[in-house]
Design a protein around this ligand. Structure first.
Ligand code: SAM
Ligand code: SF4
Length: 340
């Protein structure tokens, strides 16, 4: 459906847990207060919301978290989403730690795309940045995933939060002599995988880090690769602007929420693990769908109420974020609760 500004809203991110097996410094460095499972929606409840979303024009769903693969039944859930009439694509974003274990099940469930979050190729810095993550297992899952997805033509992408890795290493007391964010380019050179840089957003612990300016990163890329060209091929449904570098197998994407605001083309809403439907990352605007789902009313009435409330939230979606005015941000949750 369209919101009050005429934007087509056809993409929903669903966070199915706020638990995670990593502790990324900018996301949930100290873990989370463990919410009882009763506060978290059941997979069937998320499915009900997704089905109402589909009735309102949602066509693509991203399963996220926390770490979605730590939630038991994640792959079954993906299969459930794929069966909803109107849903065309279901993709996942994962830190990759459990990807090797669940890859086959994800493929069997019909996953349409896999995003792996990875900010450095330096094992010590990776461990420091993620609170103990083992880079080796993510890289091994990445190569297995690329091999398995190649013939099936399932896109695999790397999500990298842009930051000054040298500064981060210094802050974390970790020795690092790599080149900085440029090291991630190696993945796109060596493998058929898009590497997407994401400007750090001032949400939760992200506020403690300065966001790298993608205008500067773009300039450095152009200086280093003068033959680089903008890539107009459709790579996904998000706001990334892609570039092709001759000799590279994958493209480089820039998602520049702060220095390349793309709110005019925003197409998404977010469902938190506790059933709150959010219309913009920056604000707490939205509605508590859990209350409706657990009101004890019959299926038809519940669905009618969900549809009405969801229509309203989507319709009223704020026009733009205000990250450039941090004092106006009303979202106080951490990214781990929102799902990225
Ligand atoms: N655990 C999964 C993962 O890491 O992909 C899914 C959840 S995670 C919250 C989703 C994405 O949000 C990750 O790519 C992560 O790097 C990104 N993220 C977390 N905090 C962020 C922030 N403050 N600004 C921008 N991206 C952020
Ligand atoms: Fe976990 Fe993803 Fe947050 Fe890292 S970014 S702590 S992997 S939820």
């Amino acid at each position: 459906m369209k919101d009050h500004l005429g934007r087509t809203i056809d993409y929903m991110r669903i966070s199915i847990t706020d638990r995670c097996n990593l502790r990324c410094r900018y996301c949930m460095p100290e873990g989370i207060d463990c919410i009882p499972m009763t506060e978290i929606l059941t997979l069937e409840e998320y499915r009900q919301v997704a089905a109402c979303g589909a009735a309102l024009g949602i066509r693509r769903i991203k399963v996220t978290g926390g770490e979605p693969l730590v939630r038991l039944g994640c792959c079954d859930f993906i299969r459930m989403l794929k069966e909803i009439p109107g849903i065309e694509k279901v993709t996942i974003t994962t830190n990759g730690i459990l990807l090797g274990k669940y890859l086959e099940e994800l493929l069997q469930a019909g996953i349409d795309g896999i995003n792996i979050s990875l900010d450095t190729l330096d094992p010590r810095l990776y461990s420091a940045l993620t609170g103990g993550g083992e880079l080796k297992s993510v890289l091994s899952a990445l190569t297995d995933t690329l091999r398995a997805c190649k013939d099936r033509q399932i896109p695999v992408k790397i999500n990298t939060v842009s930051m000054d890795l040298k500064q981060a290493a210094l802050q974390l007391g970790c020795s690092y002599d790599g080149p900085g964010w440029q090291e991630m380019l190696e993945l796109a050179r060596r493998y058929p995988v898009d590497v997407r840089f994401i400007e750090m957003m001032p949400i939760g612990y992200g506020k403690l880090y300065g966001s790298a300016d993608h205008q500067k990163i773009l300039k450095q890329l152009k200086d280093r690769y003068p033959d680089m060209e903008e890539d107009h091929k459709v790579h996904g449904y998000g706001p990334a602007v892609y570039y092709r570098i001759p000799g590279f197998q994958g493209s480089i994407g820039l998602i520049s929420a702060l220095h390349g605001k793309f709110c005019h083309s925003c197409n998404r809403v977010r469902l938190t693990s506790q059933g709150y439907l959010k219309s913009c990352l920056c604000y707490e605007d939205g509605a508590d769908l859990k209350k409706i789902l657990q009101s004890g009313k019959g299926r038809e009435e519940t669905e009618r109420e969900l549809l009405a409330v969801m229509r309203q939230v989507i319709g009223d979606k704020p026009g733009e974020h205000c990250f450039e005015h941090p004092e106006r941000i009303t979202e106080h949750e951490n990214m781990v609760k929102i799902g990225g």
